[in-house]
Design a protein around this ligand. Structure first.
Ligand SMILES: [Zn+2]
Length: 412
């Protein structure tokens, strides 16, 4: 009890900034709102970047430099889609007149693709015309129902296209591949001398821009000594979290940025040499320790590499443990609690409560007005009901879209 009051006291001091601070915070909220998604994908924001020298890809190069079916690229296979499958209706035809479709099958299959693939292809079509006046983008292969690709191919899911330029001038293909990267394809491969292969993440990972963060069965320690699963956690619970200087502290859950205990989603599973296992959505920020620089840094879960150190709770102290295995899994339930500290220790591993923006501090500031509000609710004894879906405050922040944000701050 004593500890609890100490914590709330500490939080209240933090929450009574000068009017100048409030103004600064409000400005920040206005400027940075698109950046604070609970766990949204954030990829694909920004489109082609300007003022950058474009380097053509070389034969057999792919961008990003990881294999196609990893979370940092186009993601897991979700299974072949056939014409009579229910999922087939999620695919869309592309009738863009600026694109030439080879359609060698004569079935129109080359026009069929996922929405994300269509969006990126249409962006690329414009870049191609700008790059080479008079030349158009040409698609030689898209959705494939004839099993002409390798077993795992994303062509079967309508998530991959093979492209050339309309003049079939092979000297252009390296640059064509670069333009495809700039257009926002999630994986681009100079696969053959005769074409460039491009693929995208599945629409199911893209449509929910406010998707959650931890799995429903992930656990946290509460101040009452109880271990709770994410699905059991409630607003007002005090959970183990981490202070800015790397110590552990119990911090109150003030809201759920997102909560849907039925949703199935892709998670990154991070295993340490000490046996800790953390499952978070790929865009979630996790604390990483740099032993040489003696620095802590928040890193996106899918950018963590084997050999990195994450901070693991051992009897109240956070110690660095080496990441020995990373994998992609499907998990049930997405829960994103926000604590006053803005951090949370989940399954013993220190993580942020935020995602998408590459700055823990910026994300934390954006929620300052809400923390103040939560304190007031506390004073007036507002009761909590079980939440399903994205919190109204988070939703209000997400809904302000047209803000100019340096693309380097965004997750992409
Ligand atoms: Zn291909």
């Amino acid at each position: 009890m004593q500890q609890m009051s100490k914590i709330s006291q500490k939080s209240s001091t933090m929450l009574l900034p000068s009017s100048k601070h409030i103004l600064a915070i409000l400005i920040l909220v206005t400027i940075f709102t698109t950046s604070v998604h609970a766990c949204g994908p954030g990829r694909g924001i920004g489109g082609p970047r300007k003022n950058r020298k474009l380097t053509p890809l070389v034969f057999k190069q792919h961008v990003p430099n990881m294999s196609e079916n990893t979370l940092g690229a186009s993601g897991l296979n979700e299974g072949r889609i056939n014409r009579d499958d229910a999922k087939f209706k999620d695919l869309v035809p592309n009738y863009n007149r600026d694109i030439i479709f080879k359609d060698e099958e004569g079935t129109g299959a080359d026009r069929v693709m996922t929405q994300r693939c269509k969006d990126k292809l249409n962006t690329l079509a414009v870049s191609v015309m700008n790059q080479w006046p008079g030349i158009r983008l040409r698609v030689t292969e898209s959705w494939d129902e004839d099993k002409s690709h390798r077993n795992e191919s994303l062509h079967y899911e309508g998530r991959a296209v093979d492209i050339t330029t309309s003049d079939r001038d092979r000297t252009k293909y390296g640059m064509l591949a670069r333009l495809a990267v700039e257009a926002g394809f999630d994986w681009v491969y100079y696969e053959s001398r005769a074409h460039i292969h491009c693929s995208v993440k599945s629409d199911s990972t893209q449509t929910n821009h406010m998707s959650g963060c931890f799995t429903g069965e992930s656990t946290v320690s509460t101040s009452t000594g109880e271990r709770k699963t994410m699905s059991q956690l409630q607003v007002g619970d005090e959970v183990l979290s981490m202070t800015a200087d790397g110590n552990t502290v119990y911090s109150e859950v003030i809201l759920f940025l997102d909560r849907d205990i039925e949703r199935i989603q892709e998670f990154v599973k991070i295993q340490t040499d000490g046996g800790a296992i953390l499952k978070v959505t790929p865009q979630h920020l996790v604390m990483v320790w740099n032993p040489t620089k003696k620095l802590m840094k928040f890193v996106f879960a899918d950018q963590i590499e084997e050999g990195d150190y994450v901070l693991v709770n051992r009897f109240g102290t956070l110690e660095p443990q080496k990441v020995v295995h990373l994998s992609a899994i499907l998990g049930k339930g997405v829960v994103a609690p926000l604590t006053r500290e803005g951090t949370i220790i989940v399954d013993s591993v220190a993580a942020s409560c935020y995602a998408v923006i590459d700055s823990q501090m910026m994300a934390h500031w954006t929620f300052a007005p809400y923390r103040l509000l939560a304190t007031m609710h506390h004073w007036f004894g507002e009761t909590n009901s079980v939440q399903n879906g994205v919190h109204w405050y988070a939703r209000a922040l997400f809904s302000i879209k047209d803000t100019v944000l340096p693309s380097s701050w965004m997750y992409h």
